[in-house]
Design a protein around this ligand. Structure first.
Ligand SMILES: [Zn+2]
Length: 292
C-alpha cells in the first residue's frame, strides 16, 4: 500500500512525535532501565532529546538519537523523517536539489542527508539463497564506446572509463550490487561466494568470469553467444529489469554519477527495487536501520 503524504504528516507532525517514535524503536514502551534494572517508564525532559527513568531515586537518562545519523545535525527530526519519506516513496529517488527545495536547507546539507539515507539503504542482512540471477551492467563512460563489448580482463583502450556494476538478484528476495574496478573472475567470484549461500541455484550468461562457480552452486548458463535468452525459469530477465531501473534512475534523477558515488546509488536502487511493493513498510525499514 502506498504511504501517502497526508498519512505521513498525520503520523509524524512534529519533532516530539518523531523522538517518541525513535525511543519506542530502540527500547519499546516500557524498557528495562539500565540504572535501576526495573521495567519502568521514561519521561521526556522538555526541550532536550532526552528521557529520564520515572523512579525518583534512579532518574537514569536515555538519549534516543545518540549514535544515529540524527545525533550531530541541526536538521530537525521532522525534516529527516520527511527526507526519508521522499526517498522511499518516489519511484526513482530524489536528487539533492529537490531535497534542498522541499526542506529549505542548503544544497550541501541536502546532499549529505541524501547520502546518509542512501547508506542506510545498503547492505541487506544475510546471504542470498534460492534462485539467484547474476549479471553485470556497465555505467558511464564515453559515448562512442557504448555499443562495444567492454567485459575485460583484457584492458582494451578506452573501455576502462565505464564502471562495471555486478548484481546478484534473488528472485522474490534481496538484491546486492557491487561496483567493481574491472570485471574479471578474480573480482567477480569473491563477491558471489561472500553473498550467495552454497548450494543455491545461480543463473548467469556464458562470461568466463562465472566459470568454476559450479563447484559451489547449481549453475545454469544462458548462452547469449548462441542467441539463447532463456529456458523456462532459467533466464536473467529479472536482473536485466533491475539494470534498466538503475540506468533510468541515474539518467533521470541524478543526470550523471561519479564513480565514487556509484556504489551508494546502486545500493539505493537495489533497496527501492527490492521493496517496491511495500509502500509504508519501506519507510519504516529505513527508520529501523537508523537505530539498528
Ligand atoms: Zn531507573
Amino acid at each position: 500500500m502506498k504511504y501517502t503524504i497526508n498519512q505521513f504528516r498525520k503520523d509524524y507532525p512534529n519533532d516530539d512525535v518523531c523522538l517518541d517514535a525513535i525511543f519506542a524503536m530502540r527500547w519499546g514502551k516500557q524498557p528495562c532501565c539500565p540504572g535501576c534494572s526495573q521495567q519502568t517508564t521514561f519521561k521526556r525532559i522538555p526541550g532536550r532529546r532526552c528521557y529520564q527513568c520515572s523512579d525518583k531515586d534512579c532518574q537514569y537518562q536515555l538519549y534516543p538519537t545518540a549514535g544515529t545519523v540524527f545525533e550531530k545535525t541541526r536538521t530537525s527530526l521532522v525534516d529527516w523523517f520527511y527526507a526519508i519519506y521522499l526517498m522511499t516513496s518516489t519511484r526513482n529517488g530524489v536528487a539533492a536539489k529537490e531535497l534542498q527545495r522541499q526542506l529549505g536547507v542548503t544544497y550541501k546539507c541536502a546532499h549529505r542527508m541524501g547520502h546518509q539515507i542512501r547508506k542506510l539503504m545498503g547492505s541487506p542482512d544475510g546471504l542470498l539463497t534460492g534462485v539467484v540471477e547474476i549479471d553485470e551492467v556497465y555505467i558511464g563512460g564515453d559515448r562512442k564506446n557504448k555499443s562495444k563489448s567492454i567485459r575485460s580482463g583484457s584492458k582494451i583502450k578506452g573501455y576502462m572509463e565505464k564502471t562495471p556494476v555486478l548484481t546478484l538478484l534473488q528472485r522474490d528476495g534481496n538484491i546486492i550490487s557491487k561496483v567493481l574496478d574491472v570485471s574479471t573472475g578474480d573480482t567477480i567470484r569473491p563477491v558471489v561466494l561472500d553473498n550467495v549461500a552454497p548450494g543455491s541455484q545461480i543463473i548467469t550468461d556464458g562470461f568466463k568470469a562465472y566459470m568454476t562457480l559450479e563447484k559451489t552452486y547449481k549453475h545454469e548458463i544462458i548462452n547469449h553467444a548462441i542467441d539463447e535468452w532463456g529456458r523456462g525459469i532459467f533466464h536473467t530477465n529479472t536482473v536485466e529489469g533491475f539494470f534498466s531501473h538503475l540506468k533510468r534512475t541515474i539518467k533521470g534523477t541524478h543526470i550523471s554519477v561519479s564513480r565514487q558515488h556509484l556504489q551508494k546509488y546502486a545500493d539505493e536502487c537495489a533497496f527501492r527495487y527490492t521493496h517496491r511493493h511495500e509502500g509504508q513498510l519501506m519507510f519504516h525499514t529505513i527508520l529501523g536501520r537508523v537505530v539498528r
